[in-house]
Design a protein around this ligand. Structure first.
Ligand code: NAD
Length: 493
């Protein structure tokens, strides 16, 4: 049985309760994990709270060294970590190898960034005064993580939070806690209490972390619905909150593109990790004069995608995370077809894969914005394609959303690309290379897709509070103190 990690020790839950972790490709139970409750959360937060001063005042260069060591150990353990990610999350092994490398890269990046830039000097309003701004950590940060990129989204919080001098308590998703627990081998280089991991369910464990009196900040990635609960609970306590939420990303294909290249890009953006990516292409808008050719090629490429056990070498797509998620996608598909949409390919559970939560990648045409599919996050392997009459209509439809996480356009027409970039609300805008990240570039959502940014220098600032220091280097009585002088300032009246 896997265990939690508090104060640099493996621990069971105080209640001794456990819960199972399932492999979505085989439906087998892989392991059990402690079901953390109030006492466990208390212990983890209290360990982080006690470690906060030692960590905060450790010289930046020493903190950086430890973060680099974490990155190095992660790289050494890449093979086993990617296997665990594959077994618990269902993404193909090849994608999980990349995920592990990106996790190490995030620790390396913030190790260095954390040593840099911690404030500024501003011009004073009086002689003999110096005004400056310093940055300091919030204290204890609760990091709540979803299941689709369990290690990467943990690292995007934990690496900058630690680099900024905070201590952390991590709560991985109840569906994918094992890879995070396996990372303990890298985290043990940190002083006790600096990083703690509690496992459990959202309401038992996550909510307790959000509402705990000694967590100073919550960094959350997950759905809009849970994000609302987290924001509400944090808001009542005026607690700092960082939210990375869902999306319904638009993807525009203009008529000047190479149709084959465009279809390949679009199929990848739609179906990577079975569409279970927060920035998946969720709505495709293609110009009318290339629509027939583009849709035909999109369907052809979709039919070629290989579904199967994600540990296998010749697999493009694994299963969905749970049967309940698959059923949700099936219901959505029924709903849109009843409203007139046409399933061009896919739409079923593959009968050659009786075990596991597999579903065929599905292309849907004849769609419009009255359908929920075009307005809400699907988070699954359904790609709806809508034909548009030009760039203005494409932009108007792409921007007609309550979300604003990412958006993509494929074109060689600079004016189209720039018009779309300026007029579509999105935290990341991709031109001709969808869904790629850059550690140095901020990532996050506009509108209801979130508050705050991860990655880049912005991602570090999220975890630093601001203090203005007003320093007068001579202590002497000021003319504006008591008792008031009535003639003070008369000359200017
Ligand atoms: P989720 O909201 O169900 O769960 C996320 C985490 O929150 C889990 O650890 C869960 O246990 C915890 N949680 C649940 N209820 C809670 C509560 N009341 N208080 C505190 N914590 C609670 O999300 P999920 O299904 O794990 O992940 C999928 C969602 O995440 C999608 O909507 C996706 O778009 C989003 N996502 C966003 C980004 C981004 O960067 N914007 C990245 C990946 C995933």
């Amino acid at each position: 049985m896997a265990k939690m990690w508090i104060n640099n020790e493996y621990v069971d839950s105080v209640s001794r309760q456990v819960f199972p972790v399932e492999n979505p490709a085989t439906e087998e139970i892989i392991d059990t994990v402690p079901r953390g409750g109030r006492e466990d959360v208390d212990q983890a937060v209290s360990a982080a709270w006690q470690a906060r001063r030692e960590w905060r005042f450790m010289p930046g260069i020493e903190r950086a060294e430890l973060l680099h060591q974490i990155a190095q150990i992660i790289r050494q353990r890449r093979a086993e970590l990617s296997v665990t990610l594959t077994c618990e999350g269902g993404k193909p092994l090849i994608e999980n190898r990349d995920e592990v490398e990106w996790v190490a890269a995030a620790f390396d990046y913030y190790a260095e960034l954390g040593r840099d830039a911690s404030g500024r000097v501003i011009s004073p309003v009086q002689r003999r005064q110096i005004n400056f701004v310093t940055k300091e950590p919030y204290g204890v940060v609760a990091c709540i993580v979803p299941w689709n990129y369990p290690l990467l989204l943990m690292a995007w919080k934990v690496a900058p939070a630690l680099a900024a001098g905070n201590t952390v308590v991590i709560k991985p998703s109840e569906m994918t806690p094992l890879s995070t627990l396996q990372l303990v081998e890298a985290f043990r280089v940190l002083p006790p209490g600096v990083l703690n991991i509690v496992t459990g369910f959202g309401p038992d464990c996550g909510e307790l972390l959000v509402t705990h009196a000694r967590t100073d900040m919550v960094a959350f990635t997950g759905s809009l619905a849970t994000g609302r609960l987290v924001a509400r609970a944090a808001g009542e306590r005026i607690k700092r909150v960082h939210l990375e939420l869902g999306g319904n990303d638009p993807f525009i294909v203009c008529d000047d593109v190479d149709v084959d290249v465009a279809a390949r890009a679009a199929v990848w953006a739609a179906f990577l990790n079975m569409g279970q990516v927060c920035t998946s292409g969720e709505r495709f808008y293609v110009f009318r004069n290339i629509a027939d050719r583009f849709i035909a090629r999109f369907i052809e490429l979709t039919r070629r995608l290989r579904l199967g056990n994600p540990m296998g070498p010749d697999v493009d797509l694994g299963p969905l995370i749970r049967n309940s998620h698959r059923e949700k996608i099936e219901r959505l598909l029924e709903e849109v077809t009843a409203a007139g949409a046409k399933v061009a390919t896919g739409g079923h559970r593959p009968n050659y894969l009786p075990k596991g939560y597999f579903f065929e990648p599905t292309v849907v045409t004849n769609v419009d914005h009255s359908m929920r599919l075009m307005r809400e996050e699907t988070f699954g392997p359904i790609a709806p394609i809508m034909v548009v009459d030009g760039i203005e209509q494409a932009i108007a439809l792409a921007d007609a959303s309550e979300y604003g996480l990412g958006a993509s356009i494929l074109t060689n027409n600079l004016e189209y690309a720039m018009l779309a970039m300026e007029n579509i609300k999105a935290g990341t805008f991709w031109i001709n290379d969808p869904l790629t990240d850059n550690d140095a570039g901020p990532f996050g959502g506009m509108r209801r897709s979130g508050i705050g940014r991860e990655l880049g220098s912005e991602g570090l600032e999220e975890f630093r509070d601001t203090k203005h220091v007003h320093l007068d280097y001579r202590l002497e009585a000021k003319p504006y103190w008591f008792p008031y002088q009535w003639d003070r300032g008369r000359k200017t009246e």
